[in-house]
Structure formats: structure tokens, C-alpha cells
Design a protein around this ligand. Structure first.
Ligand code: FMN
Length: 358
């Protein structure tokens, strides 16, 4: 697909686009820098800036824009429903070096959608119409949307796609699940293909893009302009480079378990990791290791043992044992079947408490 001139140029013109999916508490400045070390995507997206009456842009998220050293464009994502405040924050964010403003219409967390923001907006077409209309009027640069195929079902899907056209949205990132389907189960790539046919802007296919060969298959099935990758980029930060290699007919770089051990070191040495309160550091690293573990050993021994580790020493001991005893062994391109990355609620809660109390 020919990209409109308005979109920033990709790393390799003519090749399908890649983007790192926004992931709250994961895709911060430091994680993006680690990703860039292994091969940037064409585009980055920030975690969402919460927008409401008294909100100002979150300073930590702003850092991922201001201190972005990846050389790749970054879109600033907002979540909210108050139109004057969305317009106010969009204008404020536009003063920073961003590629564009992205609106989150997909977040499936009940505490979010119950406020009629994120995925909650998909239930209210009239509101979506007004929000996109006002944002389009006031954002002079690119205005992009990230959404799902519906809330409970896909009854509103075509009407939503019409609104994307009506308000001249510049890029649509589409997660091929409903809000109620959360992150599990089948991704409806046929509906992504339908959107590609129907909208006037490029579409990034999102949802379970797990490897370079999978990306190629999803691109072929949907006709999308590119892929947006989330969890599999945490598991395998080489994935964007591998997608480019595969799509341009080169062999996919082989990653070894020793390379993965180096990646873990890099994650544990980011400023963020080093400033997480000491008692929460193990939990912080487990958040990443949950995903990485899906490609280490098919039996899930690494996943089980790292989850049991309570101290730095124990955790890195497990990493060394599984990753360095057979360092040349290949890190699987795909997650092994049956291994579920579930950075459990306890880990996330413990982290949040530790960070707030810091
Ligand atoms: C930990 C986590 C945090 C997320 N935070 C956001 C977010 O801030 N904004 C957003 O639009 N989507 C968010 N998502 C959804 C992802 O961007 C993406 O749509 C989803 O994970 C499906 O893509 P994947 O299968 O490649 O992971 C988040 C997902 C995860 C797993």
C-alpha cells in the first residue's frame, strides 16, 4: 500500500510498517531505548496520557517524547472523554516533538471502560463522532486512532469505520478483538481485512503478531499497511528487525539464549529498573521475564522457577542457569504452546504500591 505523504517515512520505504504497541508501565523511555538497541520499529507510541478536567501531561510519559533518542517518530496517546480537555491536552502535547496525536479507544480494563473512556467509547458512536470532530478541527498535525473491533460485539464496527473516514483520521491501529475479549482468544483478522477495505487511511494490524513469519501471514491475510506489536516485543525485542529481514527476503537473524541473557541485563540496568525501590525490583523484572520465558524452554521450567524467586540473587541465578548453561541454543521465534505470560495481579499491585510510596 502507498503511504500518504503525511505519515513519517518508514525505515525502509516500500516495506510494510512496524510499530511498537503502547503498553502502560512498559513502553517508557527506557524500554523504547532498549528496543532501539535491538532494532527500532518504524513508529513508537507513548503509554496513554490520562486526560480529565484537572489533568496535565504526565511527566514520566513526557520524558519518552522529550528524551527520545531512538531516531524514530513517536505518537502521543491520550485516553479520556472530556472534549475540551482532550483538545487542551492535544494542543499542549503538540508543542513537543511528536509525530502526531493518538486517541485510545481500545483499553479493556473495566476500571477504565466504566468511565466511558478507552474501549468504553466504542459503545457511544455519537460521542466518538464529537470527539474526533473536535480533535480533527484542533490538531493541525497527524491524528490517529487505536481501537478494537467493538465493545461487546461488532454491531458498531462499520459505523466506527465510517467515523474514521468522516474525520480524516491519518492512521488506524486496529486490535482485532472486542473489548470484552480482552487479550485472549482468536484475533479476528478477517475484520481487520474488512477495515483495510473500508477506510481511507493506512491500517496497522494488531493482536498476536508473535513473530516475523506470523507478521508476514497477517499482512497477507489483512492487506494492512503494517503491524503493531505489543507483548511479543517484550518477549523478543529483535522482532522489528526480524520482520524487516523476513519481508525483504533475508534470513531471520537467529537469537541465542545468551543474547536473551544480555537483553535481561540491559533491562535490569535501565534507569527505571535502577530507581524502582529495592524491594520491588524482583517484581519489576518478573513483569518482563513472564513474557521472555515463553520462548526459553518448552516445558516452562524457567517460567515456573523465575516466578518462585524472591531475591535478586535467586532471580538472576535462575536466569543464568536456564540461559547460560546452553548459551548457543536458539531462543524460539514463537512462544511455546501452553506457556502463558501472566504478570500476575500481585506483581503489578506490589509494584504500584512500591512506586507510589517511594
Ligand atoms: C501491559 C499492557 C499495557 C497496555 N497498555 C496500553 C496502552 O497504554 N494503550 C493502548 O492503546 N493499548 C495498551 N495495551 C494494548 C496493546 O497496545 C495491544 O493492543 C495489545 O497488547 C495487543 O497486541 P499484542 O498481541 O501484540 O500484545 C496494553 C497491553 C498490555 C499487555
Amino acid at each position: 500500500m502507498l503511504l500518504p505523504d503525511r505519515l513519517p517515512s518508514p525505515l525502509i520505504p516500500g516495506l510494510a510498517l512496524t510499530a511498537l504497541a503502547p503498553m502502560q508501565d512498559v513502553t517508557d523511555l527506557f524500554f523504547m531505548t532498549v528496543i532501539a538497541h535491538y532494532g527500532s520499529p518504524d513508529y513508537f507510541f507513548t503509554e496513554y496520557f490520562r486526560v480529565h478536567e484537572s489533568s496535565t501531561p504526565d511527566k514520566k510519559i513526557l520524558r519518552s517524547i522529550i528524551e527520545n533518542t531512538t531516531d524514530r517518530p513517536i505518537f502521543a496517546q491520550m485516553i479520556g472523554e472530556s472534549i475540551p480537555d482532550l483538545v487542551r491536552i492535544a494542543k499542549e502535547l503538540s508543542r513537543y516533538p511528536i509525530a502526531g496525536i493518538d486517541l485510545n479507544m481500545g483499553c479493556p480494563a473495566p476500571r477504565i471502560y466504566r468511565k466511558n473512556v478507552g474501549g468504553g467509547l466504542l459503545r457511544d458512536l455519537e460521542k466518538v463522532d464529537r470527539i474526533l470532530g473536535k480533535l480533527r478541527e484542533s490538531v493541525t498535525g497527524l491524528l490517529t486512532v487505536k481501537m478494537r473491533i467493538g465493545f461487546e460485539n461488532t454491531d458498531n464496527f462499520d459505523a466506527l469505520l465510517n467515523l474514521i473516514n468522516q474525520h480524516n483520521i491519518d492512521l488506524l491501529s486496529l486490535h482485532g478483538r472486542t473489548v470484552k475479549e480482552m487479550y485472549h482468544g482468536t484475533v479476528h483478522y478477517n475484520l481487520i481485512a474488512h477495515a483495510v477495505e473500508r477506510v481511507n487511511c493506512p491500517v496497522l494490524a494488531n493482536g498476536n503478531v508473535t513473530s516475523a513469519p506470523t507478521a508476514a501471514a497477517i499482512l497477507a491475510e489483512t492487506g494492512a499497511a503494517g503491524v503493531m506489536i505489543g507483548r511479543s516485543a517484550i518477549r523478543n525485542p529483535w522482532i522489528f528487525q526480524q520482520v524487516r529481514q523476513h519481508l525483504s527476503g533475508q534470513p531471520i537473524a537467529r537469537i541465542t539464549l545468551a543474547d536473551v541473557r544480555d537483553y535481561i541485563d540491559r533491562l535490569s540496568n535501565t534507569t527505571m529498573a535502577l530507581t524502582v525501590p529495592r524491594r520491588a525490583q524482583v517484581s519489576y523484572m518478573k513483569m518482563y521475564l513472564n513474557y521472555i520465558a515463553q520462548s526459553v524452554d518448552p516445558a516452562g521450567g524457567f517460567l515456573r522457577e523465575m516466578r518462585l524467586a524472591q531475591t535478586d540473587e535467586a532471580l538472576y541465578g535462575v536466569c543464568d542457569r536456564y540461559l547460560l548453561s546452553n548459551p548457543h541454543q536458539e531462543f524460539s521465534l514463537e512462544p511455546y504452546p501452553g506457556l502463558v505470560a501472566r504478570p500476575n495481579c500481585e506483581v503489578v499491585r506490589e509494584l504500584a504500591v512500591a512506586i507510589v510510596n517511594r
